[in-house]
Design a protein around this ligand. Structure first.
Ligand SMILES: [Zn+2]
Ligand SMILES: [Zn+2]
Length: 198
């Protein structure tokens, strides 16, 4: 049993709190940079494992155990769900958890003070995963890709707009597609995209 706890305690996210355990009301703050644990990500976006996470934490001895509050700052890496451009962005999450002093393991859901330590890794993971946007974007007004030809609308020449389809435009473009089908210059590779998105 002591072997497993010593392995786990190598993680900087496991913080020793024995100094606080003795007197309710005592508290201490810490500021440090710790490597990000694994799996702080959703499919398109996340904090790479091992990258630095700046932690500011306040540990407080309360009646039930240890109250940890603070923030964690890290860099996010991923890609935009609209235009697929790489995303590098900062993320700051609030950390807050009450670690219950283990008595006789009543609640499964509760986080416990184990061997006079508190494990902040699951607290960080929960905070990060809930804070990550379901569909990350490189910036809020990212125009994404043209639904018709797939080019990035940022890079498109002015007037390259398919997303405000005026009925007359639709009729015209249908006509021009028909007309240009024999000498189509740019419709060759993109026809499948076109039919899919419409
Ligand atoms: Zn984008
Ligand atoms: Zn287009």
């Amino acid at each position: 049993m002591s072997a497993s706890s010593s392995v786990r305690s190598e993680s900087p996210w496991v913080v020793a709190v024995q100094d606080l355990m003795r007197s309710t009301g005592s508290m201490r703050t810490l500021e440090d940079t710790w490597p990000a644990p694994e799996e702080l990500s959703i499919p398109l976006l996340g904090i790479p494992a091992g990258s630095p996470v700046d932690v500011e934490l306040r540990l407080e001895s309360v009646h039930e155990g240890i109250l940890a509050t603070g923030t964690a700052d890290a860099e996010l890496v991923g890609e935009c769900s609209r235009c697929l451009d790489p995303i590098r962005d900062g993320i700051t999450v609030d950390l807050q958890e009450l670690f219950i002093t283990a008595s006789d393991g009543d609640g499964d859901e509760e986080r416990l003070v184990v061997h006079d330590t508190v494990d902040l890794e699951p607290v960080l993971r929960d905070a990060v995963v809930t804070a990550l946007p379901f569909q990350p974007v490189c910036r809020p007004d990212c125009k994404g890709l043209c639904p018709d030809c797939g080019i990035r609308l940022e890079d498109a020449p002015p007037g390259h707009v398919h997303d405000q389809v005026d009925p007359r435009w639709a009729a015209l473009s249908a006509l021009s597609t028909m007309a240009s089908s024999e000498h189509s210059d740019h419709a060759d590779q993109t026809t499948s995209d076109e039919t899919e998105k419409r």
